[in-house]
Design a protein around this ligand. Structure first.
Ligand code: PEP
Length: 249
């Protein structure tokens, strides 16, 4: 049985003060939740405030991005060990907005994933097709390329520590959700890829989150699919009540 994970990606939203206010409202709403792992990924400037505000709760804090080098002349970047020092347990890697606006490729996703693992972080590796790719019947081809490229050269032990997020680009921030069946089909394909690359046992242990306009009113249907192990939530994770409703699916 795979333990569900509900993760919130705050993108470029919330100051430190807003982060503290979020946790003050959110903690009592999920205080007794033991059925899933809960992750919140605030912007870099609010990470320390989030770690502090979440201390003693079941919520783990994650970064939204990182550089693969340990340190260096990379203006504007931060490294895995900086995230670890701040108290992060994980990091989102290869989000479609990073791929679309900041030139991330499967190769950079791979470097970052390896560096995150080496530093002891849980990488949440994002994959997903665009609308054009889905309409062109390329979903499986794109997922295969992203899976193989982004996770190249991972050892079985490393692979067992990652979370995979299937996020169809056409469903992110658009209010258009993949149907539970569509999401489950993509997850099945990703699990098959994992079984081919590793073993059936490793594939069945892999936790795959769905992301794309997840809301309190569609989370139940998504989580009813055996293939869906959780959600990566953008917009609806910004509000404590709606994110708590998703966590308490
Ligand atoms: C995301 O940013 O990963 C995401 C899924 O966003 P939204 O839930 O707003 O579609």
């Amino acid at each position: 049985m795979r333990r569900p994970v509900i993760a919130g990606n705050w993108k470029m939203y919330k100051t430190q003060a807003e982060t503290r206010a979020f946790f003050e409202a959110f903690r009592p709403l999920v205080g007794s939740a033991k059925h899933c792992d809960i992750i919140v990924a605030p912007p870099f400037s609010a990470l320390a405030a989030a770690v502090d505000a979440a201390r003693g709760s079941a919520v783990g804090i994650a970064g939204q991005n990182m550089h693969w080098e340990r340190e260096g002349a990379f203006t504007g970047e931060i490294s895995a060990r900086m995230l670890v020092e701040t108290g992060c347990l994980g990091v989102i890697i290869g989000h479609s907005e990073r791929r679309q606006y900041f030139g991330e490729t499967d190769e950079t996703v791979n470097r970052k994933t390896k560096a995150a693992l080496e530093a002891g972080l849980t990488p949440i590796v994002c994959v997903g097709e665009t609308l054009g790719e889905r309409e062109g019947n390329l979903t499986q081809t794109v997922l295969k390329r992203q899976f193989e490229g982004g996770l190249a050269a991972l050892t079985p032990a490393e692979f067992s520590r990652i979370l995979l997020a299937y996020e169809p680009v056409w469903a992110i921030g658009t209010g258009r959700t993949a149907t539970p069946e569509m999401a489950a089909d993509a997850h099945r394909h990703l699990r098959d890829l994992a079984a081919t690359r590793f073993t059936a046992e490793q594939a069945s242990g892999l936790r795959i989150l769905y992301g794309g306009s997840v809301k309190p009113d569609n989370i139940k249907g998504l989580m009813a699919q055996a293939e869906i192990d959780g959600a990566l939530v953008g917009g609806a994770s910004l509000d404590p009540k709606s994110f708590a409703a998703i966590v308490n699916f």
